[in-house]
Write a new protein. Structure first.
Length: 71
């Protein structure tokens, strides 16, 4: 969905989905910036993505020693 059809009061909550920032950024890049980029939502999606990456790296490093034994 385009961010323009989401009511203003729900946009920040909608932006908690990390794919919203990725898709809006991709759409913005493909359309040469003709579509507005919702910066608070884009920043929030970036923070959520970085949190997921950090959590995944932390978890992988904690189980890395026994990872080959499990597989």
């Amino acid at each position: 969905y385009s961010l323009d059809i989401i009511p203003e009061q729900w946009r920040l909550l909608y932006s908690l989905n990390p794919m919203v920032g990725v898709i809006d950024g991709f759409r913005w890049a493909i359309l040469n910036g003709n579509q507005s980029l919702y910066l608070p939502g884009f920043g929030l999606a970036l923070i959520v993505i970085l949190l997921f990456v950090w959590t995944g790296v932390y978890y992988f490093r904690s189980v890395e020693r026994t990872f080959a034994d499990i597989i």
